[in-house]
Design a binder for this molecule. Structure first.
Ligand SMILES: [Zn+2]
Length: 345
């Protein structure tokens, strides 16, 4: 018996189920014993080839006056490790509390004052208070989301207390291993755009994470960041323009978004069910905690290649997606209800 014949038998059966279940909120579907098509989780968001993290330490004046506007203007996302109790931060507080979040920049924890801590109470102040400042900027409750953490060069800590407080305050050390290789570079003072860019082609080739760490940013008139390991804004903007040009290939995102994506993907299972020749379902289950791991994963569903478009029900409303060779690419939150896909034409 070929597929066509099976489908003629099955479709009326489904129509019956559908009619019965119309009165209920959920449609009860029974998958067919065979499956055409496959599904997988893309390694990177939107099935891009690599992830790019652009990270900044110390909330320096040049970052506030030059760096944040340059990133915002281009729609690029950086991770900014700030010291909410530090003099630099307070000089340009409104950039960190308003301008940076308005451009979807990620604020991260570089501790309150960049001084380290030797006992539990001091660690709670340095790590916990900075976390609370960041949650306030995000307009979230305390402990509502994960925060990227970098302890600060040259600081010393009581390691046991630091480990405990990082866990309590949902901070993720940026040196954490996520299961995917990271290539990283601290950008030296005075680097040109080529030097800033050089690791990105390697990350694309190997489909890994490229993490670039900046300190100061200066222009001709603004000597504020001399002494902060600065690069010139002209070279920095040059570099950013090159990143914009490859945005289709590289997923530029914040540290925590990358972290959640890779951890969820490692702990997730995606399944495709076929209910008829014209109806499929995708379910994405992950063992991660939905409260903290809420980054949507990109799912690639390979539907019959002659489908020209499909209707996708997710989460509540139905959206029509055009298909090319039957490929549907859709972002789904782990542990959402099953996504139902119907042939449209
Ligand atoms: Zn630092």
């Amino acid at each position: 018996m070929n597929t066509l014949i099976i489908s003629r038998i099955i479709i009326p059966f489904f129509s019956v189920i559908f009619m019965i279940s119309c009165s209920k909120d959920t449609e009860e579907l029974v998958p067919l014993p065979y499956t055409e098509g496959t599904v997988r989780i893309a390694k990177w968001k939107d099935d891009k080839k690599a992830a790019l993290l652009i990270q900044f330490d110390d909330s320096t004046p040049g970052q506030a006056t030059l760096g944040v506007p340059a990133m915002n203007k281009r729609g690029l996302i950086g991770t900014w490790y700030v010291n909410p109790g530090g003099e630099y931060y307070l000089q340009h507080k409104s950039v960190w509390t308003t301008e940076a979040p308005a451009g979807n920049q990620e604020l991260a924890n570089h501790t309150m004052t960049h001084t380290g801590a030797s006992n539990y109470d001091e660690v709670v102040y340095e790590v916990g208070e900075a976390s609370k400042a960041i949650w306030r900027i995000r307009k979230e409750e305390d402990f509502a989301s994960l925060i990227a953490f970098n302890r600060g060069g040259g600081t010393s800590w009581n390691e046991d207390d630091l480990k405990k407080v990082l866990e309590e305050y949902k901070n993720i050390d940026r040196l954490s291993y996520t299961g995917v290789k990271i290539i990283a570079k601290t950008i030296p003072i005075g680097s040109n755009a080529d030097a800033m860019y050089e690791l990105i082609p390697i990350a694309i080739k190997d489909s890994i994470i490229c993490s670039l760490h900046f300190h100061g940013i200066s222009d001709d008139n603004d000597g504020d960041d001399s002494g902060n390991g600065a690069v010139w804004i002209v070279e920095f903007e040059n570099f950013l323009d090159r990143v914009v040009a490859i945005k289709d290939e590289v997923w530029n995102t914040g540290y925590i978004s990358m972290y959640k994506y890779t951890i969820e993907r490692r702990n997730a299972d995606v399944k495709l069910a076929q209910y008829s020749d014209e109806k499929y379902g995708v379910s994405l289950k992950a063992t991660t905690d939905d409260k903290y791991y809420n980054e949507a994963l990109t799912i690639l569903v390979y539907l019959p290649s002659d489908w020209k478009s499909c209707r996708v029900k997710y989460p509540a409303e139905e959206v029509v997606y055009p298909l090319s060779n039957g490929l549907l690419m859709i972002d789904i939150l782990p542990n959402s209800p099953e996504i139902i896909i119907d042939k449209n034409e």
